[in-house]
Write a protein that binds this ligand. Structure first.
Ligand code: THU
Length: 163
């Protein structure tokens, strides 16, 4: 028996200005997308911007519903839209930002487990890492090299091969 440690390393930027121009643009767009959220029930606004290999940026925001479980997170709205429109175009990066109805969120918002699982599906499919940028309305930004880092011990399609 032995103890196994799994660690996550990420880049923490104090401000978007520390990042490359193209990264700043993607983060800015995801922040803008929080204003498009349909979140009358939670008051928590999330925006997502998916940068594709072909240069296109596909957008998403969280979409809530009076029947609560019928709603969907911003990340999944954006990633599913990207895959529906461009099924064979790889995802380079996803910026995710959060804000709220009542106050500006000044720390990075981190994706829920279901969204991590969905983003991982496409990373495994394309066999290339998807870079993730997490932010609030302002403040620090977390940069994570690949979705896999956000979901250790994940369940993937590899488990379903040759059954
Ligand atoms: N939400 C997202 O859009 N992304 C996440 O990763 C976490 C949560 C949304 C879902 C719901 O509309 C609201 O935030 C509160 O949970």
């Amino acid at each position: 028996m032995k103890k196994v440690e799994i660690s996550l390393s990420l880049i923490e930027a104090d401000d978007a200005k520390e990042l490359a121009d193209s990264e700043q643009v993607l983060i800015k767009i995801s922040r803008q997308m929080t204003t498009q959220a349909y979140a009358p029930y939670s008051g928590f606004y999330v925006g997502a911007a998916v940068l594709l290999e072909n240069g296109e940026i596909v957008l998403g925001s969280n979409q809530e519903n009076a029947a609560y479980p019928s709603g969907l997170c911003a990340e999944r709205v954006a990633v599913f839209a990207a895959s529906a429109k461009y099924p064979n175009v790889k995802i380079k990066a996803i910026a995710i930002s959060g804000n709220s109805r009542s106050r500006d969120i000044g720390h990075p918002v981190t994706p829920c487990g279901a969204c991590r699982q969905v983003m991982l599906e496409y990373e495994v499919k394309q066999q290339e890492p998807v870079k993730i940028y997490l932010s609030g309305h302002s403040g620090k930004i977390f940069v994570i090299e690949k979705v896999q880092d956000l979901l250790p011990l994940s369940f993937t399609s590899k488990e379903l091969e040759n059954l």
